[in-house]
Design a binder for this molecule. Structure first.
Ligand code: ADP
Ligand code: MG
Length: 355
């Protein structure tokens, strides 16, 4: 198990600053997700960690030993870090066992280690197969087994499931998380998929424009996002203009208790769609149903309040009781989170995304 610490890491490609001073602590034996939109610097971060890129400033420590920075650049093969790429990682002409054993010395290859890691990823007994005899998901499992085999201090996974079907992805990422955990490996998973990051990681690092915006447990990232951008990036967000007085926010959805650091005055409040309750009848705030997005496990219902404000409610039973065009009443369960007031344009963009 190994702890990785990046401090003030800067990486430039010519005029482009891909990493603009990144501070991250990757806890030992845990899976940390680096989450951010395309182009925010995720792959660059992994490449700097792995030693494929030289950093321009800052330092990287693995178990308190400096591997990059201050004039030092330990080459990739001496960092004891394994990388699982997006796809196409396997040697097509080698069997599964030979792929997994590739980075091992002869003694380790003859030991049980190959079968042990194949078992960890759910492929016990598959050693004799060739890669083309496996599904895409099984091939990625082999790639993970190969990364784990030499017991690296850190395993880096760069969007390893993004080429796979959604249905397959959920099961695979869970199994990979369990395999890393069972082997005591420290993992860094790069993804632009917020569902993936929140569901499997012990810690989520949100990256934007080459900077860390927030680093915390998945529940804290979702419930206590540091700004409205993170709020909207990690989940569906209903953002409402509000005025705070004595710990309560006056909004189009009524008076809501507020959590987090707030001062009185103009704010933007965040409510998650699952906090919005929809009922029949006319008591309370009335709304008309604009649209339904059915997702199987739940439905998102777009609503418009009398004053024109658009909001979204998450309904677990599919929402068939609330047909488009009907009138309903809504209220909010639980507290809202307040942020400094947004400019009109930012607020409307994010509200449109949510509604
Ligand atoms: P992500 O993996 O989050 O999509 P990347 O780390 O690949 O982002 O890229 C971050 C930024 O650095 C982008 O603006 C990208 O265009 C730029 N970049 C990445 N690699 C190179 C390179 N080899 N040369 C020039 N610019 C690069
Ligand atoms: Mg990338």
């Amino acid at each position: 198990m190994s702890e990785v610490v990046l401090s003030g890491v800067v990486k430039r490609y010519g005029q482009v600053t891909a990493l603009a001073g990144v501070d991250v602590r990757v806890p030992s034996g845990k899976l940390t997700a680096v989450l951010g939109p395309s182009g925010c610097g995720k792959t660059t971060l992994l490449r700097c960690l792995a030693g494929f890129e030289r950093i321009d400033a800052g330092e990287i420590l693995i178990d308190d030993s400096r591997v990059a920075g201050g004039g030092r650049h330990l080459p990739a093969h001496r960092r004891n870090i394994a990388v699982v790429p997006q796809e196409g990682a396997l040697f097509p002409h080698l069997s599964v066992a030979d792929n997994v054993g590739y980075g091992l010395d002869r003694a380790a290859r003859r030991s049980d280690r190959v079968e042990e890691v194949l078992t960890l990823v759910g492929l016990a007994g598959y050693g004799g197969r060739m890669p083309h005899q496996l599904s895409g998901g099984q091939q990625q499992r082999v790639a993970v087994a190969r990364a784990l085999a030499p017991r690296p201090s850190v395993v880096l996974l760069d969007e390893p499931f993004s080429a796979l079907d959604a249905g397959l992805r959920a099961g695979l990422r869970h199994d990979v998380r369990e395999a890393l955990r069972a082997d005591g490996a420290t993992g860094v998973l790069v993804t632009h998929d917020q569902g993936e990051a929140l569901s499997v990681a012990d810690k989520v690092v949100v990256l934007r424009d080459g900077r860390v915006i927030q680093a915390d447990a998945p529940t804290a990232i979702y419930r206590e996002p540091v700004d409205v951008w993170v709020a909207g990036f990690v989940g569906d967000a209903v953002l409402l203009p509000a005025v705070v007085e004595q710990g309560s926010a006056r909004t189009a959805l009524g008076l809501l208790p507020v959590t987090g650091p707030v001062t009185d005055g103009q704010v933007t409040v965040l409510v998650r769609p699952e906090q919005v309750r929809v009922a029949a009848g006319s008591a309370g705030v009335t709304a008309s149903v604009l649209r339904h997005d059915f997702h199987g496990h739940d439905a998102l219902i777009g609503l418009r309040l009398a004053d024109g404000t658009r909001i979204t409610a998450r309904i677990l039973d599919g929402g068939a009781d609330w047909p488009v065009g009907g009138q309903v009443t809504v209220h909010v369960d639980g507290p809202a989170r307040a942020f400094p007031a947004q400019t009109a344009s930012t607020t409307s963009v994010l509200v449109d995304l949510a509604a």
